[in-house]
Structures are given as C-alpha cells and as structure tokens.
Design a protein around this ligand. Structure first.
Ligand code: HEC
Ligand code: HEC
Length: 250
C-alpha cells in the first residue's frame, strides 16, 4: 500500500519534471541576440530591429549603417561583426586614417561592448546581425528558392528573418512563435509530412487531435495560417529544402 503511494507520487513528480522540460523555452541564438540588442541600446542608433539606422550628422554616409543592406560594406565575416561589437571597429578599419576622420566627424559613434557583455552574449548578437543580413546564403538552388519564397509568402513576419527568430506570442504554450532552427522544432515537426501539414493546414494532424495542444493553439495571439490556397506548385519542396538547409547549420 505505502510502497504504491510512493511509486505513484514518484511517477507524478517525474511526469511534472518531464512536462516542465518540454515547456522550457529554448530560444535560438538569433532571438536571444535580438532581445539582448533591444535591452542593450543597439536599436537606438541602428533603428528598430537594426534595419533603419538613424541620421548621423557630420558623416559622409549620413546615417548609422543598418544590419540588413549596409552590413557587407562594413563587415565581411562573423569575425568582423564580432570586432565591431567588441571594439567598436574592425582591425582593418582601425588602421585607416580616412575612417578615423569620418568617425571623428560623426555625431554618433559605435560604442565598445567588449567589457560590458560576455563572449556568449556577443555570439548571440553576431547570430542576430547575421540573420537580419540573410547570411549565410544557401548555395543549393532549391533551398535558395525556398529562402525567396518565405519572403514572398510573408512567413518572415512571424518567424523572423530567415525563419530564425522566435518572437513573443502571448497565450501560446511556450510564449513565442517557434523558429525553424530552434531546439524545439523536432517536437513540432517529425518530418517532411508534418511540415507539409503545418504549412498547408496551419497545424499538424498530430496537434489537431491533441486537446492540450489545441487549447494553446486557440489561445495564442499569433496563429499559424493555412497556406493551402496560397502556394504555387513546387513551394512545399523548396520551403522544405530551405528548412533542412537551415537545420544543418551551414
Ligand atoms: C551610439 C550609437 C550606436 C549604438 C548604441 C550602437 N551602434 Fe553599432 N554602429 C554605430 C555606428 C555610427 C556605426 C558605424 C561605425 C563607423 O563606421 O565608424 C556602427 C557600426 C556597427 C556595425 C557594423 C556595420 C553595420 O552594418 O551595422 C555593427 C555590426 C554594429 N554597429 C552592431 C551594433 C550592436 C550589436 C550594438 C548593440 C550592442 C550597437 N551596434 C550599438 C552606432 C551605434
Ligand atoms: C501570423 C503568423 C505566422 C505566419 C505568417 C507563419 N507562421 Fe508558421 N507558425 C506560427 C505559429 C504561431 C506557429 C506555432 C503553432 C501555433 O501556435 O499555431 C507556427 C508554426 C509553424 C511550423 C511548426 C514548427 C516550427 O517550429 O516552426 C512551421 C513548420 C511553420 N510554422 C512554417 C511556416 C511557413 C513555411 C510559413 C510561410 C509560408 C509560416 N509558417 C507563416 C505563425 C505564423
């Protein structure tokens, strides 16, 4: 009798721990970076989400660069992005006299965050800047076409740049829109078939019949739309190729 009570209690506890584990937020690096950038003041100069640099009187380039279009003029690699954030300049530019003069003339200057933030936090910021810049790009043509289609179909609104972000989604199970390269993706999408279901119907057959999942899907502010009527021939293949490329972490 007593032994069975202990066993039942232990099982309940284990169940609670397991449930808690799956509910634990697992934000992808780019989303951690986006949230950190917001808290750290980056968007004050680089504009909302870092895509609309504010006016920088005195400088020839007129505005603070943004992470989207301007970045490649300023940084050719993740290492250079890291250098900008840590030291406020790349080693190459630090040696240029014309850059020094420009920096002096400008009203706003890129601060150094190397002492203020940890290496891990800077990794996250680099991941965010790269995501907004659409780097790296898929070389595979099918995946590259999928990358274009997620813009055309508007997926990037909710799933963020490249499908790499996890924006807040009040009322949802984990509190955010799941990203495609996040750790919780496999819980939601077991393979190509379920991916097709999500995109065509806005939910997988597995989730549709699960009461708990249905409860949270119904409560969330942002809901995955059903794209069945909006897709062009070939879309499902290119979108899946893109997501697979993304998850291989290239
Ligand atoms: C006070 C304004 C200001 C703040 C705050 C600021 N930056 Fe900058 N940032 C600049 C300016 C100005 C440049 C251009 C640097 C130059 O050419 O001297 C720049 C350049 C950069 C670059 C390289 C060029 C590009 O395309 O963006 C990156 C990356 C960058 N900043 C990231 C960040 C991040 C991440 C943060 C927050 C942790 C941040 N910045 C905060 C003003 C700012
Ligand atoms: C209006 C916001 C919104 C748009 C636009 C949107 N989604 Fe979603 N998507 C969601 C939400 C929210 C979820 C999580 C399930 C839920 O709460 O309904 C989700 C879930 C998914 C999932 C399941 C797993 C995961 O980790 O992401 C896939 C796959 C997916 N969306 C792909 C797409 C694709 C492809 C497009 C564009 C064709 C797209 N979504 C457009 C909001 C959106």
């Amino acid at each position: 009798m007593k032994v069975s009570v202990v066993i039942v209690t232990a099982l309940l506890l284990l169940g609670a721990v397991a449930a808690f584990r799956t509910l634990e937020p697992k934000l992808p690096a780019a989303e951690r970076g986006r949230r950190l950038a917001e808290r750290t003041g980056c968007f004050a100069c680089h504009g909302p989400e870092g895509i609309r640099g504010v006016s920088n009187p005195g400088r020839a380039d007129k505005t603070v660069p943004n992470y989207e279009g301007d970045l490649m003029m300023f940084a050719e690699s993740p290492e250079e992005i890291r250098a900008w954030i840590e030291r406020g300049v790349t080693p190459k530019r630090a040696r240029s006299n014309s850059w020094k003069a420009e920096r002096r003339r400008g009203t706003l200057r890129m601060p150094q965050f190397g002492r203020r933030l940890s290496a891990r936090q800077i990794d996250d910021l680099v991941a965010y800047v790269m995501a907004v810049n659409g780097k790296p790009e898929p070389e595979d043509t099918l995946a590259a076409r999928g990358r274009e289609r997620i813009e055309g179909l508007g997926c990037v609104g909710c799933h963020g740049a490249g499908g790499r972000l996890a924006r807040p989604n009040p009322g949802s199970l984990k509190g955010y829109v799941p990203s495609w390269d996040g750790a919780d993706f496999p819980e939601l999408v077991s393979g190509e078939r379920e991916f097709h279901e999500w995109v065509q119907d806005g939910v997988s057959a597995r989730f549709k019949t699960n009461r708990l999942a249905r409860f949270f899907l119904g409560r969330a502010v942002l809901k995955m739309p059903a794209y069945r009527q909006r897709l062009e021939p070939g879309d499902l293949d290119t979108l899946w190729a893109y997501v697979r490329w993304l998850r291989r972490g290239e």
